[in-house]
Ligand binder design. Sequence first.
Ligand code: HEC
Length: 107
Amino acid sequence: MFNYNMKFLSYLFTLIFLAEVSYSDEKILALGDKEYGQHLSGECVTCHKANSNKGIPSINGYDKDVFVTVMLAYKNKEMENPVMQMIAGRLDNEQIASLALYFNTLK
Ligand code: HEC
């Protein structure tokens, strides 16, 4: 009985957590503008090319929800790369959303 309840509770919390994450990504993405993203992308494409080079991954066609999550993780220093931490640290939610929409459209 106890075990069953714990399992059910952790399942419920996982669901709530996932729903909250995707809801907040959605709210952030709603702030974005693709054209603004294109304008901002100049800095990114000095490193991020259409094909991965020298250990720098391509971000063309990147999933836009994952993009927001990853950029916020760099910004909050939950992901390690110091260059990306600095770059993401300067971007606000509107700029991150715009970049997410823009890079998502690239092949
Ligand atoms: C000086 C080079 C450089 C610049 C400029 C740069 N990045 Fe990065 N970026 C990197 C490197 C290196 C990594 C891989 C880090 C790692 O492997 O942990 C990365 C990783 C990423 C990732 C995660 C990719 C993955 O594989 O999950 C995203 C998203 C990203 N960058 C977006 C951006 C955006 C948006 C910009 C412009 C605002 C930008 N980057 C500018 C070097 C750069």
